[in-house]
Design a protein around this ligand. Structure first.
Ligand code: BGP
Length: 478
């Protein structure tokens, strides 16, 4: 059997986000963020995708899974010990902005929040695990959403800069790898998460969305610049949801359409953050949709100065496109759109499984940017079953991860520079899109269920032992 050679020092590990694991949503003076008011269940995806967002209405009707989540807030020591047992070299986590600035617009940071992450980071270092920290992972302070309209407002750039300065200052000796905004491009399909507002009205789809993006790009560039100044030995990346777009067939109309979709979804945000400038194809897009960005003096220079050091990206699926879709076809695609690909199988949630797509993504990104790449999310959401003897035999997850790791091995042979792999949801947690616990990704099972019941006990799945061996052999034993 073929073996793969991963570089020395490859950052094997797992990935999480504060709002999906921590719980303790009002502890340590934490303020409310967008994720705190998103209900679990069917309603959630509609809200994410655009059904609008009314905190007051939802407040008493629903179960809010992230309020307790998996209680990492109190159990981080136990969890990190398990990550260490698997041999993690890196752990991707995010800092909840609202633990540090509860409303987002205060002048001084909240010491309790800072202390919490001091403890988590110290615990990771105790085991030699390198933290990889996302500055903002779908956790915008609710106050900024309600009072300022989220990233619509340029003022939010100043608040973000203050937040970032506070955490760089505090953790400069503890964190070497940073990322700015999680899946920044995802707001094109799920705006509430990233931009802090929904785009229900057609007229909101263009001007406000892209103006808000401009503000985020400026904020990202400021963070990169600050990071380089304040923590010279660090590296800071962007984070893109990358899903290579395939044309359904060789009809040039469809090929062209797939290319345009790929430009907008996969490359627009990445180009601005990696090359430090708006790509040429956006000029036409802006013109056709009557978008006129308000760009302040110095913004374009700042974008250049704030180009990232590496490209972090999540990879779950590819997307197959066709210019004209029937109604039926249009509803059969992945969460991010497209139509069903007849060559692929899908997960129980309809996410198409395509390991070769990961090799394609790595090649595409490396050919375009020649910057180090970091797969910071990839994994299989599945229903897991505990056997009578207590074991959890998740061989489907092992197969999935194994094929994707092989695809990375192939891409490395293709010449791609790859820094690491942090598989998503190394421990079961709240699902971002469903808000449920039954969509599990972990190597570690957490006894917690969709109705909120469960003991929160942690158990090692079969994949725990498999991944441990993968890491110990630096990817040789798959
Ligand atoms: C990514 C997000 C994560 C995450 C993952 C899996 O888009 O960055 O926060 O949860 O997808 O998605 P889900 O939990 O919906 O299965």
């Amino acid at each position: 059997m073929k073996t793969y050679s991963f570089p020395k020092g490859f950052l094997w590990g797992g990935a999480t986000a504060a709002n999906q694991i921590e719980g303790g949503f009002q502890e340590g003076n934490k303020g409310l963020n967008v994720a705190d008011v998103l209900p679990g269940g069917k309603e959630r995806l509609n809200i994410l995708m655009n059904a609008g967002f009314d905190f007051e209405i939802h407040q008493d009707q629903y179960y809010y899974p992230n309020h307790e989540a998996i209680d990492f807030y109190h159990r981080y020591q136990e969890d990190i010990r398990l990550f260490a047992e698997m041999g993690f070299k890196a752990f991707r986590m995010s800092i909840a902005w609202t633990r540090i600035f509860p409303n987002g617009d205060e002048l001084e940071p909240n010491e309790d929040g800072l202390i919490f992450y001091d403890r988590v980071l110290d615990e990771l270092h105790k085991y030699g695990i390198e933290p990889v920290v996302t500055l903002s992972h779908y956790e915008m302070p609710l106050h900024l959403v309600k009072e300022y309209g989220g990233w619509r407002s340029r003022q939010v750039v100043t608040f973000f800069e203050r937040y970032v300065k506070a955490i760089f200052n505090r953790y400069k000796n503890k964190v070497k790898y940073w990322m700015t905004f999680n899946e920044i491009n995802s707001a094109l399909v799920m705006p509430i998460n990233g931009l802090g507002f929904s785009i229900q009205k057609e007229e909101d789809k263009y001007q406000p969305t892209f103006q808000a993006y401009h503000h985020q790009f400026v904020a990202s560039a400021l963070a990169v610049k600050l990071c380089h100044e304040m923590i010279p030995h660090s590296q800071i990346g962007c984070m893109i949801l990358f899903a290579p777009v395939y044309s359904f067939d060789s009809n040039p109309e469809n090929v062209m359409y797939a290319l345009q979709e790929e430009h907008l979804f996969n490359y627009f945000c990445a180009d601005v953050q990696v090359r430090g400038e708006y790509p040429a194809f956006m000029k036409r897009y802006f013109k056709e949709h009557q978008i006129e960005l308000e760009i302040q003096d110095g913004d374009l220079e700042l974008l250049k100065e704030g180009a990232v050091d590496y490209i972090g990206f999540s990879y779950y699926m590819s997307r197959t496109e066709k210019k004209v879709k029937t109604k039926e076809e249009a509803t059969q695609g992945n969460i991010i759109g497209g139509i069903r690909n007849p060559f692929l199988h899908a997960s129980d949630w309809g996410w198409e499984i395509d390991p070769i797509g990961l090799r394609i993504s790595l090649n595409k990104l490396y050919n375009r940017y020649q910057k180090p790449l970091f797969v910071v999310e990839n994994g299989l959401g599945a229903y897991d079953k505990t056997e009578e003897d207590g074991t959890i035999n998740d061989d489907y997850r092992i197969d999935y991860l194994c094929e994707h790791i092989k695809a990375m091995g192939e891409a490395i042979e293709d010449g791609v520079e790859l820094m690491g792999y942090t598989s998503w949801g190394c421990i079961d947690m709240v699902s971002m899109s469903t808000g449920e616990f039954s969509k599990r990704y972990g190597f570690i099972y957490v006894d917690k269920h969709d109705d909120g019941s469960g003991t929160l006990e942690r158990k090692k799945k079969q994949s725990f032992f498999w991944y441990k061996d993968v890491i110990a052999s630096n990817g040789q034993n798959l």
